[in-house]
Design a protein around this ligand. Structure first.
Ligand SMILES: [Fe+2]
Ligand SMILES: [Fe+2]
Length: 165
């Protein structure tokens, strides 16, 4: 992929976001399955559906630019997911500790997405793609809300229970 100007960098960032979301569509069902807390499982499943809709909107941005995604793989998200999986393999028998680890892994993914969408939104704005900037801002808000939801879940019960285990 050429990287000669902001337009190229913008497309690359969209590709990165697309790959990250695709990886999360694969990963969120596994995280939901591993969760013990009903609330946490629900949060993962809800974000799975939201993530699928985000992917559709991203595809729409490629269509508007008449650009074909090149199939770039987001290595950052790949690493975050792998790190989460490794942590879960280390798990003991305590369910709350496992849930706390799942939340931490998910929050790293959300923060990564927030960084990507923040950057992409700024590029879109600078390039004069105002509708795309709006779409990216909406997705960014969804990621931030998911992150807040996870923080609340962690602070409300799960970390407390893990501390008692
Ligand atoms: Fe997302
Ligand atoms: Fe997300």
């Amino acid at each position: 992929m050429k990287m000669e100007n902001l337009e190229d960098l913008y497309l690359h960032t969209l590709e990165d976001a697309r790959s990250a979301e695709q990886q999360m569509v694969e990963n969120l069902p596994k995280m939901a399955k591993a969760a013990s807390s009903d609330q946490l499982r629900r949060a993962f499943n809800e974000h799975l559906e939201e993530t699928k809709r985000q992917l559709e909107r991203l595809e729409g941005l490629f269509e508007e630019l008449e650009a074909e995604p090149e199939g770039h793989k987001c290595k950052g998200m790949e690493g975050i997911i792998r790190e989460g999986e490794e942590l879960l393999k280390e798990k003991g028998s305590d369910k709350s500790t496992l849930d706390a680890a799942l939340i931490a892994a998910a929050q790293k993914a959300e923060h990564y997405e927030i960084a990507t969408y923040g950057t992409a939104r700024t590029y879109a704005h600078q390039l004069g793609y105002d509708d795309a900037a709006k779409t990216l801002d909406q997705i960014l808000t969804e990621e931030a809300k998911t992150n807040e939801k996870l923080t609340k879940l962690a602070e409300s019960r799960i970390n407390e229970q893990a501390a008692k285990a």
